[in-house]
Design a protein around this ligand. Structure first.
Ligand SMILES: C[S@@+](CC[C@H](N)C(=O)[O-])C[C@H]1O[C@@H](n2cnc3c(N)ncnc32)[C@H](O)[C@@H]1O
Length: 336
């Protein structure tokens, strides 16, 4: 029967039976197999089947077949904007006061708990394959965008000695503005190529300049990063002082560096001026510059460049971080 054309008397007859109402209420809440529904209403299957036959004839149930089981639910779309829907909504409200309905809901919970035990938790079963099943997004920006809302608005970050933009790439989407600085025009071009598809909320700027006199105004950045670059500099301490200068009070700085090593080929091979830097020297430079919360973060990761003879070096790394102290706030004195 097409619900919209069904005579009112038939609709009233359909809803006239309290057991049918209880069944409908359960199937509106949950999709259930016939066996599960029988358990939830606590009746013989023959009685439940009888009611289901009438509801099926009214074409208000959606059915799904899985193996030998048929799963049923109340198909809300069939009822939409029909007098039957209005009748059902009025009667459903009355069901709340019915002791049988409350007992149905208690039984329904144990039916669903049994189902969970039988099948195991859905996500427990698929966890190992989840990345393959549902890990695909067109650009991945949706997740990054959600993450960015946890960070302060208007964030300006600086990637100093950005090279090809490897570290800058990790910051895209997380800040409003990313300022990439490097002395090499060609490296900046490579970085531009890598970062050209920045998500809309991150404006990326490329500035040619020296780390010991950064082309960034005082207090203009919320965060400054110098990754694998201080060992290229004659005076690493001057660059740390420059990092301090460009940060606003409360802004954070991080330096990723190599521990001292003996890979002398890296001078000519990778343009290194120092064969790593003592962490204690970098920590001291941070403190001298005025940074607070200065700390060493040792890393398990290692830098593994290939030597000219084809063998691979394995060099230890560390991070030194600090924060530009906030300006002292002077509490107003209360006069009585
Ligand atoms: C080893 S790359 C590091 C790139 C990037 N930060 C990373 O972690 O992959 C070093 C970069 O620092 C730049 N650089 C070296 N000395 C510099 C200086 N005095 N001022 C600005 N940039 C410098 C180089 O041009 C090069 O692109």
């Amino acid at each position: 029967m097409v619900i919209a054309d069904t005579p009112l008397s038939d609709m009233l007859r359909l809803l006239a039976d309290p057991t049918r109402l209880r069944i409908l209420a359960l199937l509106e809440r949950e999709e259930l197999s016939v066996g599960e529904l029988t358990k939830a209403v606590g009746m013989a299957q023959s009685r439940v089947s009888n009611h289901l036959r009438i509801l099926r004839e009214a074409e208000i149930l959606a059915e799904r077949h899985v193996g030998a089981s048929t799963y049923l639910r109340l198909d809300g779309r069939c009822l939409e904007h029909t007098p039957l829907q209005r009748l059902w909504l009025a009667l459903r409200g009355e069901l709340a006061g019915l002791a049988e309905h409350s007992a149905d809901l208690v039984r329904l919970e144990s039916v669903l708990a049994e189902r969970r035990t039988r099948n195991g938790d859905f996500f427990d079963r698929v966890a190992g394959q989840w990345e393959k099943i549902a890990g695909q997004f067109e650009s991945g920006q949706a997740r990054l965008r959600a993450v960015s809302h946890l960070l302060p608005a208007g964030l300006v970050l600086a990637d100093l000695g950005c090279g090809t933009g490897y570290m800058g790439e990790a910051l895209l989407g997380l800040c409003d503005r990313l300022i990439c600085v490097d002395r090499s025009e060609k490296m900046l071009e490579e970085a531009q190529r890598r970062l050209c598809r920045a998500p809309r909320q991150t404006e990326v700027e490329f500035r040619k300049g020296e780390l010991n006199s950064l082309p960034i105004a005082d207090g203009a950045a919320d965060g400054a990063l110098a990754g694998m670059v201080l060992h290229h500099l004659q005076e690493p301490g001057t660059a740390v002082a420059e990092m301090f200068r460009i940060l606003r009070p409360g802004g954070a700085a991080a330096v990723l560096e190599l521990d001292p090593h003996r890979e002398a080929w890296m001078r000519a091979g990778l343009g290194d001026r120092h064969l790593g830097l003592e962490a204690s020297d970098v920590l001291a430079a941070f403190r001298r510059s005025g940074f607070g919360d200065v700390a060493l973060d040792p890393l398990a990761d290692r830098f593994q460049p290939t030597r000219p003879d084809g063998s691979v070096a394995s060099l230890s790394l560390y991070i030194v971080r600090g924060r530009r102290p906030r300006a002292l706030s002077i509490e107003p004195t209360h006069r009585s």
